[in-house]
Design a protein around this ligand. Structure first.
Ligand SMILES: CC[C@H](C(=O)O)C(=O)SCCNC(=O)CCNC(=O)[C@H](O)C(C)(C)COP(=O)(O)OP(=O)(O)OC[C@H]1O[C@@H](n2cnc3c(N)ncnc32)[C@H](O)[C@@H]1OP(=O)(O)O
Ligand SMILES: [Co+2]
Length: 136
């Protein structure tokens, strides 16, 4: 795992939170993207080398809707950049982590992604991301 790729924050109202974080960072988000397969609408902010991903649920069954129902708005996951997501899945399964999707799936911001169950990572939902362009 090379670096933190982004921190995901669950929000109820993406428009409102876009304004809030634009005033926090002093600049607007650089993109918004819907990921229908995840039931989310996202917006991304760049702050120096760091990225923040705001996520709003697009339907009640969305992981974000369930998270907010249970825990309210707040940090939802930490995503790490990896160079070989398939090798990482193998490695982490051998290490005993619970990989939620054995096949990488299309994420936002031009990435392939995998998630680890928070119960296997001290209660923090971990996402692994590989740039789609870097696929061998
Ligand atoms: C891919 C687009 C974008 C990107 O970056 O590219 C994204 O990041 S999309 C982000 C949204 N998608 C996901 O989160 C996919 C992975 N998540 C899941 O598969 C589920 O949310 C899962 C399995 C983590 C939980 O789903 P479940 O149906 O089991 O919900 P429960 O409420 O029953 O949760 C079980 C248990 O886990 C705790 N939990 C749930 N979410 C989180 C979280 N984000 N961080 C920490 N803990 C979490 C929840 O509190 C329950 O624990 P308990 O002690 O039983 O209360
Ligand atoms: Co994410």
């Amino acid at each position: 795992m090379d670096k933190i790729e982004h921190i995901g924050i669950a929000v109820k109202d993406l428009e409102k939170s876009n304004q809030l974080f634009a005033s926090l960072f002093g600049k607007p988000h650089y993109k918004t993207e819907e990921v229908a397969s995840e039931g989310v609408k996202t917006s991304f902010f760049q702050s120096g080398p760091n990225k923040i991903e705001l996520l709003e649920a697009t339907h009640p069954e969305s992981p974000i809707a369930k998270f907010i129902e249970k825990k309210g708005e707040g940090i939802h996951h930490i995503a790490f950049a990896v160079t070989d997501i398939k090798a990482e899945i193998e490695r982490l399964q051998k290490e005993g982590f619970v990989v939620l999707n054995k096949q990488p799936k299309k994420g936002a911001d031009h990435k392939l992604v995998v998630f680890l169950h928070p119960k296997s990572t001290n209660g923090v939902l971990i996402e692994l991301c590989q740039e789609i362009d870097s696929l061998k």
